[in-house]
Structure formats: C-alpha cells, structure tokens
Design a protein around this ligand. Structure first.
Ligand SMILES: Nc1ncnc2c1ncn2[C@@H]1O[C@H](COP(=O)(O)OP(=O)(O)OP(=O)(O)O)[C@@H](O)[C@H]1O
Length: 632
C-alpha cells in the first residue's frame, strides 16, 4: 500500500505531537531525564552524520567537541557574569573555529587515518582537562554551573527541560534537512560518493570538508552547552572516547547518512540500555545483541523508517530509495529494445535540429583554445607522456587516439587538473592551468567525463547535474539554509539549466530517478549532461562510447556534433575508429607516451607510423617479407 506524501506529513506531525505528551502524562523524572539525554546526544550525533554519513569523513572525536562546548560555556558562566544565552553562542563559535582549523588539517588525512587521528582528539581533550585542573577542576570537573530554570514548565529540571530540548532538537534536525538539500548538501554527498568526480566537476572538496568538519563540531558544541545547562555539572568522564563511539553507533544504527535515522539511533542507543536495566548484569549483552539484530535485519538501519516519513523533505519525489520505490522503478525501467528505440529517436531529432541550426552555428574560429606545451608525465619509472605538444582550436572536435597504455587518459587527466604534469605546461586561452586544482580548472571552463562512468549514485539525476552548476556552488551554507532571495534565484537557475541539459540528452524524464537505478547508457548521458550544464569552453571526453550499444552510440555522435555547433570545443578519446572518423575534425595520435601523428582523419589513417603502432610491427614485417620475396 502506497501512502501519499500528504499522509506521511500527517503521520509525522502526529508522532511529533506524541513526543510532546510525556510531561503531561505523569511520566517519571528518571524517564524524562533519559529522554533529555537522548535529545542531547541526537544533536551531537547529527554532527557525526554530517561529517561521516553525508560527507564520508570518519570522525571519531565528537565527544571532544561536545566537551569543548560544555567546558567553554561552563567556564564562561562560572568565571564571568555572562548569562547562558551569551555563553552558549560564544562556546559554539570557539568550538566551530577550532573544528574548522582541525578540518583544514584533516583534508590532508583520509579514511582510516582520519578515524585514528580524530580518535586521538578524545584523549588529547581528556588529558588537557585533567592536567589543567586550575581551570577545569581536573578529575573533579566543574560543579555548580547555573542550570537553566524554566519554572513555567513545572516539576523538576528533567521535566522543565523536556519540551524545550525536544523543540531544539526538532529545529536542529530541520536545519540539517535544509542543508542536506542545498547546494552545499549536494556537494557533501558528491564528495562522499566519488570525490575525484566531484573535484573535476568543480567541487572544492577541501573547502567543503573543512566546512563539514566545522558543522560537526558546532553541533557537538551545541549539545555540550545544552548538557551543561541541563545537568549543571561536567567532568572529563562525560566526554570519553566511549561517548564518541556511542555517537558513531547512533549514526550506524540510524542508517549511515540518514538525518532522521540519527534521531532514532540516539533514542535506541541512549534509551534501550535503560529499558533493559532490569536484566542487571546481562543488560549490555542484550543491548549489543539487539543492535546486531537491527543491523542484520535492516542493513540501512532505522533510517529506512525515518527517510520514509521525511520523504516530503528529501530530494527526489520518493526521498531515499525504499524497497517499494525501487521495485516500482525496476518495473518502470525501459527494456533494452525500448531504450535503443528511444535513443535512435533522440538521435534523429537532434540530427534534424542540427541540420536546421547549422546555418546559424558559430563557425570554428581557428584560434587556439588549449595549448599543450611539451608536456611530460611520469609515474615512478613509467613515462606516460613524453614531451607531447599539440593545440586544440576553438570550435573543433579533436580526436586523441592510440593503442592501450599510450597515455590518452593521462593527457585528459592532466588537462582537467587531476594529475600534475612532471614537465611542460597546459594553457587555456593563454592562461596556464596545469598547476591548478581540478575544481579551478573546471571553473576556468574545462569539463570532462571519465572512461568508467562515475555518477554520484546516492543522488537523483537532477541533483547530479545541479552539483556541476557554478551558480549555486558559491552559495554559503548559511544563506543556502536560510534560503535568501539570491540563494533561491541561483537554485532556480541551476535547476532550470540542469533540466535543459537533461532535455538535450533526452533523459529529462529520469530527473527524479536515483542515479544508482540507471542503466549504463543512461548513466553515460547523465555524465554528459553534468559536464555541459556549465557551458564549458572545452569538453574532455574519455571514451564516451565505451559500453554503449548501437542506438546510443548514434545518439552520442549526434549530441557531440550538436554541442560543437553550439560553439563547444571537444577533445575526445575513443577507440572506435569509425566513430572518431565520423566525428572529429582533426586527430592526434599517441604511442607509448609520444605524439606520433597529427592531422585529418584521412591523413592519419594512411600514416604508416600510425598503422604500425596499431598493428604492432606487422607493417614492418610485411615490408621485409615483400623485400625478401622480390630478391628471391
Ligand atoms: N596512476 C598511475 N600510476 C602508475 N601508472 C600509471 C597511472 N596512470 C597511468 N599509468 C601508466 O601510464 C601509462 C599510460 O596510461 P593511460 O591510462 O594514460 O593510457 P591509455 O592510452 O589511456 O590506455 P587505455 O586505452 O588502455 O585506457 C600506462 O603504462 C599506465 O600503466
């Protein structure tokens, strides 16, 4: 049974209202205190979800950020006469700045090294707090910090804080959901799915990682500050490495990367051990077994429930892919024959459009757009490129061919900023780009597709294309989340252009489909749409026809010609000689890293050096045989 988005909103509203009821139903103070704790941890764990689940950096030091926020606000309140509403923001800013600084360092560390490094943060924090006892109270902690009294809520502190804490948690989660959908959220997810593809599509992975780290620490500091206001006492034991691991467990139980799931994960990890306490010495073992059962039965964690409920606020019509939605997608998926028919129809449409447009098409000016000047690239002892030089003229399609291992992909990677050249330089419009990071090369006007399809699988097709649009790239995470008029206008522009690019590829109908559910050919077209949405000056294509069938190859050739007619310059690596000859104005041939020929398709095809390189010495052997035959 499919429940509509409207009904899901109603169910969620009912659940939220139910959460407000316990203080009015006579629930005891201890249970309320456990729930208060769960809300605080839910806020801190959300930081881990942003850094680890959404951006893909394994952060195991969240307890240290939580402690930093707690101690900073506690010290301000006890040491000065500043009220909590000033102490808390100061603690958040201080922790956020420290988090951003650590984030800057962490961009140089990846995967498990980052996990180990951030694990060390807990110990560094603990030792500082223990040793600087003149300030922190050492092992005895900070006592008698003024708690937040809200007498109007009635009852003890746990009761007084319950509703404000729940409302704060809902607001923080709503903010995170907004960030998730903004340009910044898309960039975080693109980095997690495939950082190399993200960087070469213009995402400044360094800046995004630093900001994600800062956000993680800010959520930790907020939780720490609220912890102080709720309990009025902190000690190093509240922020041990075990707490960081507990928060990671909340994120995993909640389904890595699921915002709503993190809340459920926090409820389970904080609440379940308390429920199981009656089993005394066995309660932790039972808790562990329950968590394992949850993860075995629902590998995507409790996020599967939360994402279903939050689908109206998640990207794409269906939110995160549920089994049901996936099944529908599969049944809607086109058969191979239908796909071929559609591709052929698009190719025919594009051809007739091109024939009509060709009269008005901007002519190739012939001036040099990209200059490859004596470029060499070595990988250890392997010389992938040796002193290669050629030009790409504005408005042409230049083919780059050569046998396997001749250096074609390396050349494309060098032109797109993914590999640094060992010698020589590459200039775009007279400016050197070979020393720039990939995202700056993209901003300069160079876009690309990869030899193996590299779409961002967890995102929708539309989001895949919108990530690459420059208009929203610089939108700040805060203005994006607030939704200022400019941020909204940029977002609209990016969406409109992305839909146009999908239209050109004939796949607009797939806009809300998750990229992981696409066929190979469809993914290729998404990659192409992604690479042209920013209207690049130069498009680099590394074997765009690889893995495509007849109809799609025809469509691809038509699309490329169409793009050329619109004034785009294209460098294409392709093995299919027929495709190269039909598309390219000129061809450059590489062999073992050397440029061995350059010219029109016909002249290159007749060049004996090229034929020899492709046939591996057969020409020479034939010539010798012929010489022997004539002499005998
Ligand atoms: N990252 C790398 N590390 C080490 N060697 C590399 C790396 N990338 C490429 N090479 C080597 O450089 C040479 C050129 O490789 P490249 O992938 O550029 O060739 P290609 O012409 O694109 O080949 P193919 O047509 O098979 O894709 C090969 O010998 C390859 O093994």
């Amino acid at each position: 049974m499919k429940i509509s988005m409207r009904n899901r909103k109603i169910i969620l509203a009912a659940i939220l209202v139910a959460f407000l009821l316990p203080p009015f139903l006579g629930v005891n103070g201890y249970a309320l205190q456990v729930l208060d704790m769960a809300f605080i941890y839910a806020i801190a764990a959300l930081g881990v979800t942003i850094a680890t689940g959404i951006t893909g950096m394994v952060v195991l030091g969240q307890a240290a950020f939580m402690g930093l926020g707690a101690y900073t606000s506690g010290l301000i309140m006890t040491g000065t006469s500043l009220p909590w509403w000033l102490a808390l923001p100061i603690a958040i800013v201080v922790t956020g700045l420290i988090g951003a600084g650590l984030g800057l360092i962490s961009t140089r560390i990846k995967e498990h090294y980052l996990a180990i490094t951030t694990l060390g943060l807990n110990e560094i924090f603990r030792l500082i707090v223990l040793n600087e006892s003149w300030l922190t109270g050492g092992p005895f902690g900070l006592r008698d910090i003024p708690t937040l009294q809200i007498p109007v809520m009635g009852g003890g502190l746990a009761q007084q804080h319950y509703i404000p804490l729940f409302v704060l948690t809902v607001l923080v989660y709503a903010l995170a959901l907004r960030i998730y959908k903004t340009s910044f959220g898309r960039q975080m997810r693109a980095i997690r799915d495939d950082d190399l593809a993200a960087e070469s599509m213009g995402v400044n992975s360094r800046a995004v990682r630093v900001m994600a780290f800062a956000l993680c620490s800010i959520f930790g500091a907020l939780a720490g500050g609220v912890f102080v206001l709720t309990f009025g006492f902190i000690s190093p034991n509240n922020f041990l490495v075990f707490e960081s691991i507990k928060m990671l467990l909340m994120v995993v139980v909640g389904g890595l990367g699921s915002i709503g799931g993190t809340f459920l994960g926090a409820l389970v990890v904080v609440g379940l051990p308390e429920v199981l306490r009656e089993f005394q010495t066995y309660y932790l073992a039972i808790f562990g077994i329950t968590v394992v059962i949850i993860l075995l039965t629902v590998p995507r964690g409790l996020g599967i429930i939360a994402d279903w409920l939050l689908a109206p606020w998640l990207p794409g019509e269906e939110g995160n892919a549920l089994a049901q939605a996936k099944a529908e997608d599969m049944s809607n998926a086109a058969t191979i024959e239908e796909e071929d028919e559609r591709a052929t129809a698009v190719a025919v449409r594009l051809r007739s459009e091109r024939e009509q447009a060709v009269v008005n098409a901007p002519k190739a000016t012939g001036d040099v757009l990209l200059k490859v000047e004596n470029v060499s690239k070595s990988f250890g002892g392997i010389r992938a490129l040796k002193d290669v030089r050629f030009d790409i003229r504005r408005g042409e399609i230049l083919g780059l061919i050569g046998p396997n291992g001749s250096g074609k992909s390396t050349m494309i990677n060098a032109c797109s900023g993914i590999v640094r050249v060992t010698a020589g330089k590459i200039l775009l419009d007279g400016k050197v780009i070979s020393h720039l990071p990939a995202w700056d090369v993209h901003a300069a006007g160079v876009s690309r597709i990869f030899q193996n399809v590299r779409v961002w699988n967890s995102m929708t097709v539309l989001e895949n294309v919108m990530v690459c649009h420059a208009a929203t790239r610089d939108t700040h995470v805060i203005t994006g989340a607030i939704g200022t008029a400019k941020a909204r206008a940029d977002e609209d522009m990016a969406r409109e252009d992305a839909l146009k690019a999908l239209d050109l590829m004939g796949i607009r109908h797939l806009a809300n489909r998750r990229a992981s559910d696409l066929s190979f050919g469809q993914s290729r077209l998404v990659e192409l749409a992604r690479s042209i949405v920013n209207k690049p000056k130069l498009l680099l294509l590394d074997e765009p026809g690889a893995g495509l069938r007849g109809g799609l190859i025809m469509e691809l050739a038509e699309i490329l010609k169409q793009l050329r007619n619109q004034g785009m310059t294209i460098l294409v690596v392709e093995h299919r000689v027929k495709l190269v000859v039909s598309m390219c104005d000129r061809i450059v041939v590489l062999n073992l890293g050397d440029k061995i020929a350059e010219g029109s398709a016909q002249s290159v095809a007749r060049d004996p050096v090229v034929v020899d390189a492709y046939l591996g010495g057969k020409v020479e052997r034939k010539r010798r045989l012929k010489a022997i035959e004539t002499t005998t």
